[in-house]
Design a protein around this ligand. Sequence first.
Ligand SMILES: [Zn+2]
Length: 174
Amino acid sequence: MREVGTDWATCPGCGLQLPSVNWASDGRLQNSPECWQLYTELVGATMSQAGRAAAVQQLSIDAYGAQHAGPGVAPITTVFSLLGLFLAIERGVPGYEVRDAHQRLAALDLRWPELTRPARTGEVTVFDVALADNPDEHVRLAHEWARSVWQDWEYCHPAIVELTERHLPDLARR
Ligand SMILES: [Zn+2]
């Protein structure tokens, strides 16, 4: 609902419109500060929860990263987000193993390809996940969000599969 006199800011990544907070984005992703604030609250909340909601934390980090790729974003950020989504969604790799995989890849110190975000990645956003009112709903919505973003990046799926097979063969063949 829009109120008269409220400034609205549109996120350049996911398209989410939220009341303007007038502070700068941290500049590592293509996002609005308002979208970033909602995301940090969401991820912060899952950190304090044990069990299933905490288990989708890495999935949320990667969904958000892939959804907010773009000019000025380091290639490694986008590639790692997509690798994380692939491992979680297509191979059923749990979040803590995705984190380990990111660390293994970072240690290789490689040059990662620059991937251009598809025109549309915002069908489901962090806002939808934040609407969850219980941990089960949070888990369901986080998966829906991640699957939606991963699907939108379809044109990069072969490149991500290839990178995974080359650098993480044990996980690629799960
Ligand atoms: Zn956004």
